[in-house]
Design a binder for this molecule. Structure first.
Ligand SMILES: Cc1cc2nc3c(=O)[nH]c(=O)nc-3n(C[C@H](O)[C@H](O)[C@H](O)COP(=O)(O)O)c2cc1C
Length: 166
């Protein structure tokens, strides 16, 4: 079990091209369930997840998010919001986002995190989705089955690890 989770974490990469294959509601719910179980400051769980699968909605989000045009071709887009009046909305929303990426991969679904926090589209996406003003957009997550393999180079462990002190 532990080795399976570690394999999934190590194999996850951002994928931006998807097959035209539907993701079931049960699987999307399970993925969001993993998001809502993320840690949050004082366990306030300030998040809200909007799952969009309708073509016209995904296309509009893609139009608004300059660096997320591929959302239009994703099977689903999960918009992660957190309440603004909260101590750690960015950290909480990011923890939930990462859980979602890993849960999706565990279901054999690829994904890409598209920036939502403090972007020119943060408010327009929120308004388009009809989400109340008390929430702020943290991320947009494109999801889809894919046959693409991506292997972005990563820094070596030895480059980024220090023991005890720098
Ligand atoms: C906070 C954050 C914002 C990101 N925003 C975008 C984005 O707007 N568009 C995009 O295509 N990828 C975006 N990405 C994905 C990164 O480009 C990607 O994670 C990075 O290149 C490393 O590749 P990997 O995810 O395959 O390991 C974002 C990732 C993070 C963590």
């Amino acid at each position: 079990m532990a080795s399976e989770v570690i394999r999934i974490i190590k194999e996850r990469r951002s994928v931006r091209e998807y097959l035209p294959r539907h993701i079931s509601k049960e699987v999307l719910e399970d993925i969001v369930d993993c998001g809502r179980l993320a840690p949050s400051a004082r366990n306030l769980q300030p998040w809200l997840f909007v799952v969009s699968t309708e073509k016209t909605i995904k296309e509009e989000i893609a139009k608004l998010a300059v660096h997320g045009r591929f959302i239009a071709n994703a099977a689903a887009c999960i918009s992660v919001f957190c309440e603004r009046e909260n101590n750690h909305p960015v950290e909480d929303g990011s923890a939930a986002t990462q859980n979602i990426l890993i849960a999706a991969k565990a279901h054999g679904i690829d994904s890409c995190w598209v920036a939502g926090y403090k972007k020119e589209h943060s408010e327009s996406v929120r308004e388009f989705l009809g989400v109340p003003q008390k929430y702020m957009l943290i991320s947009l997550i494109a999801l889809g089955y894919s046959d693409k393999t991506v292997n972005k180079p990563k820094k070596a462990l030895s480059e980024v690890i220090r023991w005890e002190k720098y």
